[in-house]
Each structure stands twice: as C-alpha cells, then as structure tokens.
Design a protein around this ligand. Structure first.
Ligand SMILES: [Zn+2]
Ligand SMILES: [Zn+2]
Length: 320
C-alpha cells in the first residue's frame, strides 16, 4: 500500500477515568471525536478485584454502542508482577488478571492490557518460563472472547517487555496462544530507544513487529508522546506533538498502513478531567489534524502546572 492512499486511518480513542457516569464520560469523549476507549475495571493501585454488576455493565455497553464507541480495552492494575519471586504476589497477579478478563467478558471488551512485571535484576531469561506459566494459567482459566494484551515497557528497573524480542520470546514460551496479543505504547518505545525523529524508524518498527511478533498479534497502539528523551528508559507521557516523538514522529507512524488498521488509544495528560474543557482532548485533535493533513496543530498549551503534573508510570488519570 502507498502512504498517500485515502484509507480512513486508525480509530482514535482515549483512556477514560473511573468514577463518572458512563453516559456522561462516553458522550463527552464522543463529542470530541473519540471512537474507542480504554478504562480501568478497578482502581489500578489496589488489589481489590473488579466488581461488575450486570445492570451497570449493560448500561455501560448501551452507552458505548449508542455512541458507536468500539472497541473497548480494559487496562489491568499496575501491581501485577508475573515474574515476582514472591509466590503470593505471583498468585495474586494471576488471579487479578483472571478477574479482569472475566470483567472484560461481561463488558464485551476486546482485550485486557497488562504490564508484565519486573525481573528485579535477575534478567529476562531467568524469569521467562515463570511468566509464561502465569500467562498460560490465566488464559486457561478465562473465557474465549477477551484477549490478554501484553504491553511493551520503557525498560526502567528491570520492567519486562522493553524489546520486541522479549515480547516475542514470551509469545513463543506460551506456545503462541491465540488469545495472547501485544500493545505498543509509543512513549515506552521512545523511552526504550526507538528514535522517531529518524523518519526510517516507523518503517523499521513495522518491519520488526512483522518479523518478530506477527502483525496479527499487534492489536493496539497507545499513542502517547514522551516527555523524556529517546533511550531515557523513563515513562512520562506528553500531549501528542509536544514531546520527543513530536508531530513528525506521529506523522511517520500514521503513514504506516499496518498501524492505521489498529486502534490508537491515548493516555496523555490532556485527558485529565480536572483540566478546563478547552485544554482537554487536545491530543485527539492533534492526531486528527495530522490524519487530515492539516498543517497547524492546536496551539501549545501548558497542560499541567508543575505542582499537579502526574508522576510515575501512570497514564495520567484520576484513579479514585
Ligand atoms: Zn499500560
Ligand atoms: Zn507509559
């Protein structure tokens, strides 16, 4: 396919925060051009499993379908570590994934996105089999409709999945289970050393995904810009066009037909519900402008005063 073809481009979406009425948050997002969403099914910093009441789930699904929002992904909690040496923690991690996949089934989600965990200094090879055992157990104990989607990392502190090779090795070690899929976060790719200021990088990314993982396994892009430079191994998301990937980097990514066929979901600081309305969803508008070939991006806004800037490896949401 050719880059100047007129196909529609990826479905654009965002992570929606918990604790608001689904009709309100979904309607508000749809009005800004959001076509697909990701949510937490439970507070991401707590082990408490998701509780999905059938009537609430039906209401959520109705609101989503009425607005044409599809697909839905659920992001697993951040505490999961399938590589932990602590038997209890490993068991809790597996159980949490099972519960979240079951919640995903009730909510008609396409997949549950999960961070794999950390090898804690032991190296990938030492933990590969124990992670694969966990993945197989989780997949064996959940229904067939929801994929388990492993997310790449920026590689800080032994966090697994910072290279396509590691993700590929985990797919291999689970025997290529048909429900095990991959999500790539562009900010994490940047942190792990993918330099999108080089116009060849997006092409190389697609080619390596094809060779190592298989394009059919790549089901989701987290289209976050990165506040920290290429190779920093840090994970700080930026508004699209205002980070180290930048508009040129996203233009290159948008030019890849293989990436346009999957949903692009944002976890950027402009999604914070505490912001004034004119500062929200600017990343969606920036991507839409790039897709439409519009030259000017929305004016740069200083989204977060320093004191309220979200910290750490969180997609910049309010979690309560
Ligand atoms: Zn994530
Ligand atoms: Zn991130």
């Amino acid at each position: 396919m050719h880059a100047c073809q007129t196909d529609a481009g990826p479905r654009l979406g965002c992570h929606l925060s918990l604790g608001r009425k689904p009709e309100v948050s979904i309607g508000e997002a749809r009005a800004q051009g959001v076509e697909c969403i990701q949510i937490f099914a439970s507070s991401p910093g707590a082990w408490k499993p998701p509780v999905v009441r059938p009537e609430e789930s039906a209401r959520y699904l109705a609101a989503r379908l009425e607005q044409g929002i599809d697909p839905l992904f659920i992001h697993a909690i951040y505490l999961i570590n399938l590589a932990s040496t602590d038997d209890m923690l490993r068991a809790r991690s597996r159980a949490s994934l099972v519960a979240t996949l079951q919640a995903g089934g009730t909510m008609e989600a396409s997949g549950v996105v999960a961070h794999i965990g950390s090898h804690g200094g032991r190296g990938f090879v030492a933990v590969r089999d124990i992670v694969a055992t966990g993945l197989r157990e989780v997949l064996a104990n959940t229904e067939d409709s929801v994929d388990l989607v492993l997310e790449n990392s920026a590689g800080a502190g032994g966090i697994l999945g910072s290279t396509l090779e590691e993700l590929a090795a985990l797919l291999d070690a689970t025997g290529g289970h048909p429900r095990l899929k991959i999500a790539l976060d562009t900010a994490h790719l940047c942190g792990a050393g993918w330099d999108f200021s080089d116009p060849a990088t997006a092409v190389r990314l697609v080619s390596e995904v094809q060779t190592l993982i298989g394009l059919d396994r790549l089901v989701l892009l987290h289209a976050n810009d990165s506040k920290t430079p290429c190779g920093s191994h840090r994970d700080r998301h930026a508004v699209v066009g205002q980070g180290h990937i930048g508009r040129e980097g996203f233009q290159q990514l948008l030019a890849q037909p293989e990436l346009r066929r999957i949903p692009w979901i944002l976890e950027t600081p402009d999604l914070d519900t505490r912001l004034p309305p004119e500062q929200r969803f600017v990343s969606i508008h920036a991507l839409r402008a790039l897709m439409d070939g519009v030259e000017s991006l929305p004016a740069r806004v200083d989204v977060f005063p320093q004191s309220t800037a979200p910290q750490g490896d969180m997609p910049c949401m309010d979690y309560e």
